[in-house]
Design a protein around this ligand. Sequence first.
Ligand SMILES: [Zn+2]
Length: 67
Amino acid sequence: MRSKDTPAEARQRFRCPACVQMMTYGRGQCENCGEVTPIYNWRGFWLGLWICLGLSAVGALAILILG
Ligand SMILES: [Zn+2]
């Protein structure tokens, strides 16, 4: 377990496009208005993005090395 305390603002990265309240990061719905949050507020999106970037980097490297 990490003992680092996480302040509330650290978990709220983006604003809701519907009501302009800060959304809790990782939530699928805005707590204030119930609007479905944009995909960039979902953890899986960033995880998938980094995996895609990593895979394309590895792929590009493989093409460079293997010709
Ligand atoms: Zn909202």
